[in-house]
Design a binder for this molecule. Structure first.
Ligand code: MN
Length: 728
């Protein structure tokens, strides 16, 4: 039997609320709820009012304002009694009514089923949530009490509620930085979702660590004495065991055994100032051996949920590994209460909902993002995608990475540099050519780790995303952006190929001076809903229309004697024949030779060239200095010249030797894009021993003068020692 009464709530509330009017309103809300829930019972057999009372007490422990306490007391009256919102609004104000409405809707949503119809409600709900974050806080308090009393529920409902708690509510609490509530929600749910593992970990902690725990007490004493010697007076030193669910997650995700988890035990040292945080860190590292790569400075760079602390893992002289967290009292409050610590109710301060929202949004990056996300994406995606992306991108476990300028960006676990690029900006993603993580080049599918410093390399002339990127990107957001790029590109490809097919058909029929116009297309094919030349090309590319039909219609349309057109065309063809060679190379005495440019030395106009007559596959054009010429039969070489009127561009391969330098690749790419030079392939090798970097790059140039200009500009980059052309 639960003997809770209003007095218990009052005791909590009066620790920080003293205003008579506020206390009176809270009491009225209690009386109202008590009356309305009269006769209703909890599954446990207790009177229903015990539930809202507990919820209000949980809220009071978070030091929320009177309106939120009242909303906690009233949160179930609309759903479970005949009270309508209007009545609440009149009695307790529109703010309270708004919160009660939000919590009621949130309660009706089952997040575990994602059917289309429900998804739409969920979208509306999440939007509502975005409007007043206190709704989530009340809902979390509600869920916490329901989980505390879940024993009374039947197994099916228990399973559903626990699963939903782990998937939605615990991550939400984490997002809000409410670690105490998060840990309790997790551990209580895990007890039912994976009872065997829960029991095992619980036993492991008490068994293997009872010895360790004694040691921890000993170490705490040791640290206390040590800090006293060094004349630092900590406010508090305490030891704690990590919560069961986070140990569970580490074991599952990282395939670790219980014994392999370092930070099961942690010691928290709370000091008065930030200066002393760092001082204590130095002292701890002097006394105990730090474990490499385990130090984290969340004071300089707070987590997105505002968490600040120094973390390090050290080994005691007895061989015990434990984590040390060092922070100020203020930081500790934020760590325990999260967002609630920030808005902790202060008397005699006038609050407005808008002011609170603004302050929270400016502190909590992800929350601002949620609001932004609502604005940007609500129209162009269906509700299911919307909810999916909220679940995947915002609610799942995060990794925190840094940009080179020190901004923290959080991404769902498993995210790659691609996801990061698209999260920062669509254009950054679309022009991305690679990434550096902690100054090393990584593949695009590299899985980002906490604390990675990531810089995205781009090239304005990059080919853009390819279909394979869809497999690499983990966030819905990035995949969405890649897909829309590919859709557009597909259209371009269809258009190009349709255009080519039509050109070929005209050429097959020996018609060279045709003049297709949008007018002709809409007149002829308008009935097929094709109204412009571009649309015509796309249909040809798809194959829904044949190029023969188009050519025949065209010939009919111009109403000219087919014979005349052909005659004129042949004349023009003959005049232009010299320029037909696609390579830009002229072979004297041959009217239509088959010519290819050598891929070993990539000659460009202006280079001295020679031709090699192959057995059966035409003439291959080499640079006169090509390494391979020595191996070729001299009698098959012929002299060639470049045409004077070349409009196409040529690939050329360069090898750049440079010293290892974080800026290098960026400088090279910037230089090339400032010269408007396209890059067709890029390969970078870093030699960590010699500190040398070799970049092999294929660029597209007009001619030798263009190439020499590029090389001269690249040589201005101080890290570059040498640039050579490949194959010479
Ligand atoms: Mn409830």
């Amino acid at each position: 039997m639960d003997n809770i009464s209003f007095k218990d709530l009052l005791n909590k509330v009066t620790t920080y609320i003293h205003n008579e009017t506020d206390l009176k309103r809270i009491y009225e809300a209690y009386e109202f709820a008590d009356e309305k829930h009269q006769g209703q019972m909890r599954k446990s057999g207790d009177p229903y009012i015990t539930h809202p009372l507990h919820v209000a007490i949980i809220l009071a422990e978070l030091h929320v304002g009177p309106d939120t306490i009242i909303a906690g007391l009233l949160h179930d009256v609309v759903e479970d009694t005949n009270v309508i919102l209007d009545e609440i609004s009149k009695k307790f104000g529109s703010d309270v009514a708004g919160m009660v409405d939000g919590v009621t809707k949130l309660t009706m949503m089952k997040f575990t089923s994602l059917e289309e119809k429900q998804a739409e409600n969920q979208q509306k709900m999440l939007l509502a949530m975005g409007k007043d974050i206190r709704v989530i806080v009340v809902k979390l308090a509600d869920r916490l009490h329901n989980i505390r009393t879940i024993d009374a529920q039947n197994p099916e409902k228990r399973a559903r509620i626990c699963k939903e708690t782990l998937e939605i509510y615990a991550p939400l609490a984490h997002r809000l930085g409410m670690f105490k509530i998060k840990a309790e929600l997790e551990d209580r749910s895990l007890r039912y979702t994976d009872p065997d593992m829960f029991k095992k970990i619980e036993e492991d902690i008490s068994k293997t660590n009872s010895a360790r725990l004694e040691n921890i007490d000993h170490i705490i004493d040791e640290i206390k004495a040590y800090l006293k010697e060094e004349k630092v007076a900590p406010i508090e030193i305490k030891g704690r065991v990590k919560n069961i669910y986070s140990i569970y997650k580490k074991m599952i995700n990282q395939h670790k055994e219980f014994e392999d988890i370092y930070d099961v035990l942690a010691i928290r040292i709370i000091v008065d100032t930030i200066d002393n945080c760092y001082r204590v860190l130095g002292l701890i590292h002097a006394k105990y051996t730090p474990v490499p790569k385990r130090f984290k400075d969340y004071i300089a760079v707070p987590k997105p949920n505002m968490y600040q602390s120094l973390h390090t893992t050290v080994i005691s002289s007895g061989g015990l590994t434990f984590e040390v967290q060092i922070r100020t009292k203020e930081m500790d409050n934020v760590a325990e209460l999260g967002i609630a610590a920030h808005w902790a109710y202060k008397e005699n301060v006038t609050y407005s909902k808008e002011k609170e929202q603004f302050e929270i949004a400016s502190k909590l990056k992800w929350y601002a993002e949620l609001l932004k996300f609502n604005e940007e994406d609500k129209d162009d995606s269906d509700p299911k995608t919307f909810v999916d992306s909220i679940r995947k991108d915002i609610l799942t476990t995060s990794v925190y990475v840094y940009t080179p300028t020190g901004d923290v960006i959080d991404l769902p676990k498993g995210a790659t540099p691609l996801d990061l690029a698209y999260k920062i900006h669509t254009e950054l993603g679309n022009t991305m050519i690679g990434a550096l993580v902690n100054k090393r080049i990584v593949p695009l599918d590299y899985e980002l780790q906490n604390g990675d410093i990531v810089s995205i390399r781009t090239n304005k002339n990059s080919q853009g995303p390819s279909a394979s990127w869809l497999k690499i990107a983990k966030t819905t957001h990035a995949r969405h952006k890649i897909k829309s790029f590919l859709n557009k590109q597909n259209k371009d490809i269809l258009l190009e190929s349709g255009k080519r097919q039509l050109e070929e058909e005209f050429q097959n029929q020996r018609i060279y001076n045709y003049d297709l116009k949008d007018d002709f297309v809409s007149k002829t094919f308008g009935k097929n809903n094709i109204n412009s030349l571009n649309e015509l090309y796309i249909e040809l590319g798809k194959g829904t229309l044949s190029e023969k039909t188009v050519v025949n219609k065209y010939l009919g349309e111009v109403k000219k004697d087919k014979e005349t057109i052909i005659q004129q065309s042949i004349a023009k063809f003959n005049r232009n024949q010299k320029h037909i060679s696609e390579t830009g190379v002229i072979v004297e005495g041959l009217s239509n030779p088959q010519i290819k440019l050598a891929v070993c030395c990539n000659p460009v106009p202006g280079d001295p060239i020679v031709g090699y007559i192959t057995k059966g596959s035409g003439i291959v054009v080499h640079h006169a200095d090509c390494k391979n010429l020595a191996n070729l039969a001299k009698e098959r070489l012929i002299n060639l010249i470049w045409d004077n009127n070349i409009t196409r561009k040529y690939p050329v391969a360069l090898k750049i030797n440079a010293s290892n330098n974080m800026q290098l690749l960026g400088d090279v790419m910037t230089t090339l894009s400032s010269l408007n030079i396209n890059v067709s392939s890029l390969n970078v090798k870093n030699n960590i021993n010699t500190l040398e970097t070799i970049i092999k790059i294929k660029i597209i140039v007009l001619n030798l003068a263009d190439l020499n200009n590029v090389i001269a500009n690249l040589k201005k980059i101080s890290a570059i020692h040498e640039i050579t052309r490949e194959g010479l």
